[in-house]
Design a protein around this ligand. Structure first.
Ligand SMILES: C[S@@+](CC[C@H](N)C(=O)[O-])C[C@H]1O[C@@H](n2cnc3c(N)ncnc32)[C@H](O)[C@@H]1O
Length: 248
């Protein structure tokens, strides 16, 4: 059994961008919170070189790049590569693992860990080689968070198996073979003014097909009213795990 530390923190943040349909109005500040958290780490640990794997469209990458002396992005999506390059960032275009030169204080894998466990070993081993001595690998992920969304899925989808738990175990097993990882659990909140919007959002996140979403809708409507009503509308918490592993 791998050993790791868990530190609970509660920070208001929002859901993963690509998880939700664009036409549902909801309040969303995930990038802002991720930026705040990673920036704090960079400042507190005097990080001067950063390799950002799966850097995205720049919302996080561009401000992060300004906080370090040396920043390199690895990104496979052509449109995102263009945006990053336009902002003057150094970008390696390709699907990691790809050749990267140099050694870094921090390797960031934020919501870009592969979806299949078969790819984990090669991916994580290669990231590890890019770290300086005392350098840190930071994986930010929803996998393994076992949060309210996972518990709703268990409640509403008979036979639901949380595949992310297996992915989390595999990830932790590999990281634990490198060092003793530390985990910060960061609470997220999706907020909407109307219950209808949160219900739609949750039916999208939980239902796998249109038919399943339609069947879930009335149940979720009741759940949203009963559990997620707040003085400012409706809010739903999800969690990110910030997994840190330091190279000795
Ligand atoms: C969900 S976005 C996260 C962006 C940013 N890191 C963040 O946390 O806001 C994932 C990004 O990683 C990129 N990506 C995923 N797997 C990758 C890989 N193996 N190599 C390079 N880019 C990858 C995708 O193209 C996408 O732009």
């Amino acid at each position: 059994m791998p050993s790791f530390l868990v530190v609970e923190v509660s920070i208001k943040t929002y859901s993963e961008e690509e998880m939700v349909p664009k036409n549902i109005p909801y309040d969303y500040n995930q990038k802002k919170v991720l930026l705040r958290e990673v920036s704090r780490y960079i400042r507190d640990h005097k990080v001067s070189s950063l390799i950002d794997i799966g850097a995205g469209d720049g919302a996080l990458a561009i401000p992060l790049a300004r906080k370090v002396k040396k920043y390199v992005a690895v990104e496979e999506n052509g449109k995102n590569v263009q945006k990053l390059k336009k902002a003057g960032l150094t970008v390696i275009k390709g699907c990691f693992p790809v050749p990267v030169s140099g050694k870094y204080d921090l390797a960031l894998v934020s919501h870009s860990i592969p979806e299949t466990t078969e790819l984990y070993k090669n991916f994580l081993y290669t990231v590890w080689t890019l770290l300086k001595k005392k350098g840190v690998l930071l994986v930010v992920t929803f996998k393994g968070a076992d949060d309210e969304l996972a518990s709703l899925k268990k409640e509403l989808q008979p036979g639901f198996v949380d595949a992310d738990q297996e992915k989390f175990r595999e990830m932790m097993s590999i990281l634990s073979s490198f060092s003793v990882p530390a985990i910060r659990r960061v609470a997220s909140t999706i907020t909407s003014q109307k219950s209808k919007n949160l219900t739609e959002l949750l039916s999208f996140l939980i239902g796998r097909t249109k038919k399943e979403r339609e069947e879930l809708y009335p149940k979720l409507e009741r759940i949203v009213h009963l559990r997620y009503k707040t003085t400012q509308g409706y809010s739903f918490r999800t969690h990110h795990l910030f997994i840190f592993a330091q190279k000795q």
